[in-house]
Design a protein around this ligand. Structure first.
Ligand SMILES: NC(=O)c1ccc[n+]([C@@H]2O[C@H](COP(=O)([O-])OP(=O)(O)OC[C@H]3O[C@@H](n4cnc5c(N)ncnc54)[C@H](O)[C@@H]3O)[C@@H](O)[C@H]2O)c1
Length: 269
């Protein structure tokens, strides 16, 4: 209780995509700060992550009815919602045209486009809308949207993903401006290279390497070796370093921040 680095005791926070990865790290950090967490995810939650201050709803954030029912369940169980971490998101590294003429499957398709926009943009909007209705009633709340360094700067081989994350940043700016007068802060976070990325998913890694002209056989050590120089802090970020920023943004210590996206990228452009 006394050694919490930020005190979120009793705050009720929804984390989408909280079953794994960054969302899992955010959930753990929020709980260590005393928050009650509701995880919305398509993927199953590890059983050990469940306790009396944690609830889990399996859903697809693209489905409005599922999202609205899940939000109602949180209010029923925990009585209110203080914050939303709109973290669930997907990537498929794709180049606009297969100019290397070896892997047509890594050229951006309509299916890729619909998949990325459907989850990263539509899903983010649907959850924010349902949660905002609850926050409006009590005239307070915080929404943290997960953008990406790619969304702020662009990224070779990730144009569609980057565009969805630019849209998320734009949601943050507009919703922050819309909702400020109702006591709701809206913030974005834009992580850069994180230390889980190489092991994240072989297929995604191969597609990303191919899109950057490195073929599909390049070793992760080689692919990631230039990060020592391209990231001013000389290393990828830890998931906990993203989670810590989220906890801060949700807390009252950030009470005058809204409508901006914070890069968490070790100083990388
Ligand atoms: N990993 C990185 O380096 C990085 C960098 C910048 C931004 N991000 C962003 O951070 C967020 C989390 O990334 P991650 O690397 O932890 O990803 P991840 O794939 O490890 O986890 C994403 C979670 O979202 C869930 N999810 C996906 N689609 C869903 C849907 N339709 N409905 C409900 N849940 C769904 C998945 O089941 C999973 O649990 C994403 O928005 C991502 O774009 C990641």
């Amino acid at each position: 209780m006394d050694n919490k680095w930020i005190d979120l005791t009793g705050k009720v926070v929804i984390v989408t995509g909280g079953s794994m990865g960054i969302g899992e790290a955010i959930t753990a950090d929020l709980k260590s700060c005393g928050a009650k967490v509701a995880i919305f995810d398509m993927a199953d939650l590890k059983p050990e992550a469940l306790d009396e201050n944690t609830m889990y709803v399996k859903l697809d954030i693209r489905k409005k009815a599922e999202v609205e029912a899940a939000v109602a369940q949180v209010v029923e169980k925990f009585g209110t919602i203080d914050a939303l971490v709109n973290n669930a998101g997907v990537t498929r590294p794709r180049i606009l045209v297969d100019y290397y003429k070896e892997c047509p499957q890594y050229e951006l398709s309509e299916d890729d486009f619909d998949f990325l926009v459907g989850i990263n943009e539509k899903g983010t909007f649907l959850v924010a809308q349902a949660v905002t209705r609850v926050m409006l009633e009590k005239h307070s709340g915080v929404i943290v949207n997960m953008s990406s360094e790619a969304g702020l700067r662009g990224s070779v081989g990730h144009s569609c993903y980057a565009a969805t994350k630019a849209a998320v940043h734009s949601f943050t700016q507009s919703w922050g401006k819309e909702l400020g007068k109702f006591g709701i802060r809206v913030l974005g976070i834009a992580p850069g290279i994180l230390d889980r990325t190489p092991a994240n998913n072989d297929e995604k890694y191969r597609a990303q390497a191919y899109g950057r002209g490195m073929g599909t056989d390049v070793k992760p050590e080689q692919f990631f070796k230039n990060y020592k120089t391209s990231i001013p802090l000389g290393r990828p970020g830890h998931l906990s370093e993203v989670a810590d920023v989220v906890c801060y943004l949700i807390s009252d210590h950030a009470s005058y921040l809204s409508a901006i996206t914070i890069p968490v990228g070790g100083g990388k452009d």
